[in-house]
Design a protein around this ligand. Sequence first.
Ligand SMILES: Nc1ncnc2c1ncn2[C@@H]1O[C@H](COP(=O)(O)OP(=O)(O)OP(=O)(O)O)[C@@H](O)[C@H]1O
Length: 253
Amino acid sequence: MLSSPFIRVDRFSFWYGAKQVLHNICLDIPENEITAFIGPSGCGKTTLLRNINRMNDLVDGIKHEGDIFIDGQSLYDPEVEVISLRKRVGMVFQKYNPFPKSIYENVIFSLRVAGRNAKSELDDVVEQSLRGAALWDEVKDKLHESAFGLSGGQQQRLCIARAIANRPQILLMDEPCAALDPVATLKIEELMHGLKKEFTIVIVTHNMEQAKRCADQTAFFYLGKLIEFRPTLELFSTPKDPQTEAYVRGKFS
Ligand SMILES: Nc1ncnc2c1ncn2[C@@H]1O[C@H](COP(=O)(O)OP(=O)(O)OP(=O)(O)O)[C@@H](O)[C@H]1O
C-alpha cells in the first residue's frame, strides 16, 4: 500500500509547441519516499520532473492540460508564486554545476539572494546542509576554498547541499549520477537513503540497477505515457505490462 500522496499528477498532458510529449499522466507520489522515473530516451521523464517545479515555464510555446498538486495545492493556483514554489522544490541536475564561488558561498547562495546575511545563521545552514549531503567531514577545513577544487562526486554532493539549504519539501534529481564514477554514484545513492527521511525525492535515471537499489516506487514511461507505476521490486520482478517487461529485461533501451 502506498502512503498518502504528497505529489499528485492529475491527468497531466504537456506540449512543446505542436508536439505533445506527455499524455494524460496520473501519478501519486508518496511523501518521504524515493520515486524513480525510468524509460527510454525521449519518453518524457525529464519533462514531467521539470513540471513539478514549473521549470518548463521558462520554455517558449509550452502548453499543459490537467494539474499537478503538492500537498493538496495546485501548482497552477494563481496564488502560487513560482519563486516560493522553487523554494519548496529543490533540484539537482545531471551535470554538477557549482557556482564559481567558495564551498561556503555555494551552499548559502539562495540565502544571500534572499538577503539573509546573519553569520551565525549562515554558518549553521552551511554545516547542516553539508552534513545532510554527507560532505561536511571532507570539506569542513576548506569551506572558503573554491568549489571547483572538489572531485566530481564532491561537487555533486555540494549541489545537493545547496539544494537542501532552503529546506525544501521535495528534491528533484535529474540523472544525478550520470557524470559520476561508480564509487561516487554509490555515495550519492547512500546519501539519498538518508535524505528521504526529510525530503520526498523524485529521481530520473537511465540506470535500472540504480532504480532497483534506491527507489521505493518506480514509474515506467514509454512514448510520453505512464505505462506502469508500482513498488520497485514488484515492477522489476513481476511487470504487468508487456512493454515494461521488455524494457526491464533489456529488450530495448
Ligand atoms: N525544450 C524543448 N523543446 C522542444 N522539445 C523538447 C524540449 N525538451 C524536450 N523536448 C522533447 O520532448 C520529448 C521528451 O523529452 P524528455 O527530455 O522529457 O525525455 P526523457 O525521457 O527525459 O529523455 P532522456 O532520457 O533522453 O533525457 C523529446 O522528444 C524531446 O526531444
